[in-house]
Design a protein around this ligand. Structure first.
Ligand SMILES: [Zn+2]
Length: 387
């Protein structure tokens, strides 16, 4: 009889979790459309379980959701950091519509299924189970489901600046990115810059009356070819890389271009700082101007996420690994909101269901078995740290 009711309960929670995931995919929370609908879907689910939820809304459609279960305060809190937004469907061959959350072949398909609506559904179901179990929490459980991780991390920055101070300091933060259940404690940072040279337009038949921004860019590119930021190689993360991946200049074949821009993707290591790299580029531009007074350039930051290197020897990471049966922590190849959550001073682990290879791809999916495993492991983690 007890076994039957346990089986029945697992079937119900599994069904509810899948439905939540489908609704989150249907919310289509791309950077353009905003996260408000997804935040409301998640808030409705968690409020329905009796969890205190607050939606922080800005610019009409951007939103963070902060869910908080208070405790008797005998232990430190646990913070889950998740992102609500997804990348757009993009081109490529989708066999199923990207924003319908369709279940087929033991998987749920849709943009964000792996990155990271799946983890949100697993975690919400785990929270529901903990609440329903009546377990007395000794530390607060906080979920920060944030906006804009895929673009400018606006939600995580806003949460740390505006909300974190009023919440209890966590013993650790779990960033629920899809790691296929591997535990990661570090990743390279991401510094995306747009460097533009500024010239003066003129008729193409009288180039001496203008200043050709493409020619200015040419001299800058020759300098950048030899530029390598200072760093020491990291045992897990390897080297810093610099790659110029986009160039744009000129309006027509008969107009001297007044502007030429390149976009540079720099992946950084924990011992580097992004302002230092920007300052190196400013120095290069200043030297070019010394040689050629016509040289003008400006540097704009498109995105800056520092590298993450968290404490792997401490109590939190080792206890986390022990709880889920992992032998240790590794790295992830993508950047996360982890460095912003790390500003709280708490150690960070990155851990979640979903195959990293499925993310940002057409036909993104999550295995339903992984959703269920995620639910069980998140529940285990909550009970380990908070009861
Ligand atoms: Zn993600």
């Amino acid at each position: 009889m007890v076994l039957m009711s346990v089986i029945r309960y697992c079937v119900i929670i599994g069904f509810v979790m899948k439905e939540l995931l489908k609704k989150l995919i249907r919310a289509e929370p791309t950077g353009d459309k905003g996260e408000l609908t997804a935040a409301k879907v998640l808030a409705a689910y968690l409020s329905g379980c009796g969890v205190d939820c607050r939606i922080d809304k800005w610019q009409d459609c951007r939103a963070n959701l902060i869910a908080h279960i208070k405790s008797n305060g005998q232990r430190d809190a646990l913070l889950f950091g998740a992102h609500l937004d997804v990348v757009p469907a993009g081109g490529g061959e989708w066999k199923l519509p990207p924003f319908e959350g369709i279940e087929a072949d033991g998987r749920i398909f849709g943009r964000g299924a792996a990155d990271m609506k799946g983890a949100l559904a697993s975690l919400a179901a785990a929270i529901e189970e903990v609440v329903q179990s009546g377990a007395e929490l000794k530390g607060d459980l906080i979920l920060a489901a944030t906006a804009g991780e895929e673009t400018d991390s606006c939600g995580a920055k806003r949460f740390i600046e505006a909300d974190a101070a009023d919440l209890p300091k966590p013993a650790g933060v779990i960033v629920t990115e899809p790691t296929d259940f591997q535990v990661a404690s570090c990743h390279r940072g991401m510094l995306w810059l747009e460097v533009s040279t500024i010239g003066k337009s003129a008729h193409g038949s009288m180039p001496h009356l203008g200043i050709n921004a493409i020619e200015l860019m040419n001299s800058l590119l020759s300098r950048l070819e030899d530029y390598q930021p200072t760093y020491s190689q990291h045992p897990l993360l390897g080297k810093c890389s610099v790659s110029i991946n986009q160039i744009h200049g000129g309006k027509a074949v008969n107009i001297v271009p007044d502007r030429c821009s390149v976009k540079i993707d720099i992946r950084t290591l924990p011992d580097q700082n992004h302002p230092g790299i920007i300052s190196d580029l400013e120095t290069i531009c200043a030297e070019l101007k010394e040689n050629d007074p016509r040289f003008e350039a400006d540097i704009a930051t498109i995105k800056s996420v520092p590298a993450l290197q968290t404490d792997t020897e401490g109590e939190f990471a080792s206890s986390f690994c022990q709880t889920i049966g992992a032998s240790g922590t590794g790295k992830v190849d993508f950047a996360t909101d982890g460095p912003f959550f790390a500003e709280s001073g708490a150690p960070i682990v990155i851990f979640g269901p979903g195959k990293p290879g499925a993310c940002h791809q057409p036909n993104e999916y999550i295995d339903i078995a992984d959703l269920d495993k995620g639910r069980q492991l998140y529940k285990k983690i909550i009970l380990k740290f908070l009861t």
